[in-house]
Write a new protein. Structure first.
Length: 162
């Protein structure tokens, strides 16, 4: 089984969509565990605040099937395909890591957002502090410690599963 990490985000009825998305992830993958949930301001557009977190899970599925499942879960929660990149989201699921795999198709892994978005790196480092990204000597905790924290982000109370 491969260990995978998935980022989740929503700013439309966010708590409901995040909770339901996690329930769907738990049906699709094994051993789902989550970071704290963080609230952050919208990036790249004016909009409601986002809830973000990272989930860890395990799967035997190959990357294309994992990506397909994530897209199906997004669609089931009202995600509109072809919408602007920086726009409100009912549910955004991104595969961040798939074991130690590095690839560019069907998605780029490790996902570049890990290095750029506080709302991805902080929960990932929290969930797997001793983890190392392929080809990087520092741990995720060290990456977060030295990261230029430029986005407003704060933990919020969230319990899953209920």
């Amino acid at each position: 089984m491969e260990r995978i990490f998935i980022s989740l985000g929503s700013n439309i009825d966010a708590e409901r969509h995040i909770r339901n998305g996690l329930n769907d992830l738990a049906r699709a993958f094994e051993g789902v565990r989550i970071s704290e949930v963080f609230e952050s301001e919208a990036v790249g557009f004016d909009g409601d605040n986002f809830l973000n977190l990272v989930a860890e899970a395990y799967t035997d599925l190959p990357v294309p099937e994992v990506v397909s499942k994530l897209k199906a879960i997004e669609t089931a929660h009202g995600r509109v395909r072809g919408a602007k990149k920086f726009a409100p989201r009912t549910l955004d699921l991104d595969l961040l890591l798939y074991g130690s795999l590095c690839c560019t198709t069907p998605v780029e892994l490790p996902r570049p957002e890990i290095f750029h978005n506080d709302f991805v790196l902080w929960p990932l480092a929290q969930l797997w502090p001793e983890g190392r990204l392929p080809g990087r000597p520092e741990t995720l905790a060290e990456l977060w410690q030295h990261h230029d924290k430029h986005q407003k982000l704060w933990p919020v109370s969230f319990h899953w599963p209920e």
